[in-house]
Write a protein that binds this ligand. Structure first.
Ligand code: IDP
Ligand code: MG
Length: 136
């Protein structure tokens, strides 16, 4: 079993797609280990995305991620990290495969509905950043 970290981003919560996205996650065999709705502060969003701080879109990304409530989650499954990335689809919904969450719910490369950890090291950081009480 492996754990990963995910966020249903503010665009998807605002559009009323959180339940549909969560349903896809559960149907794909993930167990919800932790879940909390939060409205991120600028500082929390900056810390979470610190690996992107040199990218030109960092400021806008932080503004977007703190623009409204989001749903933070720890998910468990076999091959959870890569499995969730497959379910999410490509970062840019224009490139996302049919049937993926981003293809069906994302509006743009920035407002792309869902986050998922991309590797074991990032999953460990991201889980402990938002759910320090959950064992890795
Ligand atoms: P990922 O979410 O698929 O792992 P990353 O490259 O890690 O994609 O980028 C983190 C987030 O930053 C993306 O999910 C998206 O919200 C935003 N982002 C990525 N590339 C761009 C861009 O070129 N313009 C605006 N926002 C972007
Ligand atoms: Mg990423």
């Amino acid at each position: 079993m492996e754990k990963t970290f995910s966020i249903i981003k503010p665009d998807a919560v605002k559009a009323g797609n959180a339940g549909a996205i969560l349903s896809r996650i559960e149907k794909a065999g993930f167990r919800i280990v932790g879940l909390r709705m939060r409205h991120l502060t600028t500082r929390e969003a900056q810390g979470f995305y610190h690996v992107h701080k040199a990218r030109p879109f960092f400021g806008e990304l932080v503004n977007f991620m703190s623009s409204g409530p989001c749903i933070t989650m720890v998910l468990e499954r076999e091959n959870a990290i890569l499995g969730l990335r497959d379910l999410m689809g490509a970062t840019n919904p224009a490139n996302a495969a049919a049937g993926t969450i981003r293809k069906d719910f994302a509006a743009s490369i920035e407002a792309n509905a869902i986050h998922g950890s991309d590797a074991p090291e990032t999953a460990a950081f991201e889980i402990s950043y938002f759910f320090p009480g959950i064992e890795l």
